[in-house]
Design a protein around this ligand. Structure first.
Ligand SMILES: Cc1cc2nc3c(=O)[nH]c(=O)nc-3n(C[C@H](O)[C@H](O)[C@H](O)COP(=O)(O)OP(=O)(O)OC[C@H]3O[C@@H](n4cnc5c(N)ncnc54)[C@H](O)[C@@H]3O)c2cc1C
Length: 171
């Protein structure tokens, strides 16, 4: 079944595991079998029923806990020509980027779920990214988005020291 709200039969909608649809970010027909997709596509189908027709462009994403490791995957696997690791693969705290022509096709995170919202924004933007910048942990991923504002780096808090009371002689 194809998903584009009422793609083929007026009044028939599909969402979730059964829905095969053209994904503008992935650039091809895909059918995704994950909760995130089922939830968001269900909402999109409802919006479509109410007359708000927009292409469904939510980036496919899922997570799973495997023993001590939280694994998260975003994107749609197809081809890639470069593999970039941000973090430590040995210690399983990293994000692995599958790049195609310097665009992120897929990202797989091991115990780095906090990075995924930023990664997904980059993935959705389909921007070309410098592999060295992706690899460099000192580069904030938000700074790689087009039109990114300068990212503030956390500053050490300055704690005022108590001032000793002036002695009688100084006064
Ligand atoms: C073992 C397993 C583990 C999974 N683990 C994960 C995970 O860790 N993370 C993740 O993101 N996803 C996981 N998934 C996938 C996830 O469960 C599905 O992507 C999600 O449930 C899809 O939701 P859905 O509503 O499209 O379909 P479903 O949840 O399959 O719902 C379809 C419903 O339609 C009903 N139905 C079928 N035929 C008819 C009919 N003729 N008439 C009336 N009702 C009918 C079914 O009984 C069912 O209740 C897992 C799936 C399985 C099987």
């Amino acid at each position: 079944m194809r998903w584009r709200s009422n793609a083929h039969v007026e009044g028939i909608y599909a969402a979730g595991d059964v829905a095969n649809h053209f994904h503008p970010v992935c650039g091809r027909l895909i059918r995704v079998e994950h909760w995130h997709n089922a939830i968001h596509q269900g909402r999109a189908a409802a919006r479509s029923m109410l007359g708000k027709r927009e292409p469904y462009a939510e980036v496919p994403w899922f997570w799973s806990d495997q023993y001590d490791y939280n694994v998260q995957y975003a994107g749609c696997h197809s081809d890639w020509d470069d593999l970039v690791v941000r973090g430590s693969l040995d210690q399983r705290t990293c994000v692995v980027f599958y790049l195609q022509e310097q665009r992120i096709a897929v990202a797989v995170a091991f115990n780095r779920g906090k990075d995924m919202p930023r990664v997904m924004r980059l993935l959705k933007a389909r921007v070309q990214v410098d592999p060295a910048a992706l690899r460099d942990e000192n580069v904030d991923l938000r700074s790689l988005l087009p039109g990114a504002k300068p990212v503030r780096t956390p500053q050490p808090r300055i704690v005022p020291r108590p001032v000793a009371p002036l002695s009688e002689e100084v006064r």
